[in-house]
Design a protein around this ligand. Structure first.
Ligand code: SAM
Length: 189
């Protein structure tokens, strides 16, 4: 536990890092979202997600650090909203697909912990389009502009943009055309 404690204490005490992630998590997580905090360590990003209104967080970490997360959630009465899974993300099975996957494996060089393979696997297996994202993606598939989708679905253009961005990232598409084709193929398949 010694090394894990020291390493994660370092992350926690870096105020600049913490504040930047706090802003990013608040932007990514909407009230009611379910979240996977992949490589959760002490669970700090998951806590930020709960603060942002997440309905449930699954924290996944293969190291001792997750025992601190487990105890933190228990002591703060959050165990019902933050489930700790001590395993690698490649083996973790969640009871449901989540809205958002959050993860920091930037480390010192930008590619620590094999982040690219890890996020690719997590995105494909742990997250899926929500009903709202799917509705927006269908609009994109029909060739509608964000303003048309917004009017049809009674949401703001900013919300449509957020759903499109999330849908693109979840299915690994680079642009709206790819998204449209994928939705079209999936609906026909
Ligand atoms: C850079 S630390 C970040 C911890 C935490 N998110 C934070 O900001 O304090 C990365 C954590 O990811 C865990 N980890 C790395 N690869 C993993 C994997 N494939 N599955 C589960 N945990 C992983 C490590 O054990 C470590 O605790």
């Amino acid at each position: 536990m010694g090394n894990a404690l020291e390493e994660h204490y370092g992350y926690l005490s870096d105020a600049v890092r913490r504040e930047k992630f706090e802003r990013a998590v608040a932007r990514a997580v909407k009230p009611g979202d379910t979240v996977a905090d992949v490589g959760c360590g002490f669970g700090i990003f998951g806590l930020m997600a709960l603060d942002a209104g997440a309905s449930h967080v699954w924290g996944v970490d293969r190291s001792d650090a997750i025992e601190i997360a487990r105890e933190t959630m228990r002591r703060n009465g959050l165990a019902g909203r933050f489930t700790c899974l001590r395993e690698t993300s490649f083996e973790a099975e969640l009871p449901e697909k989540v809205d958002v996957v959050i993860c920091d494996h930037v480390g010192y060089f930008g590619f620590d912990y094999g982040i690219i393979r890890l996020l690719d696997d997590a995105r494909r297996r742990l997250s899926a389009l929500t009903d709202r994202e799917l509705e927006v993606a269908r609009g994109v598939g029909k060739g509608q502009a964000n303003a048309e989708i917004a009017a049809e679905l009674y949401m703001s253009i900013a919300t449509v943009k957020a759903h499109v961005g999330r849908a693109l990232s979840k299915i690994g598409a680079d642009n709206r055309v790819q998204l449209a084709i994928l939705v079209h193929d999936a609906e026909l398949g």
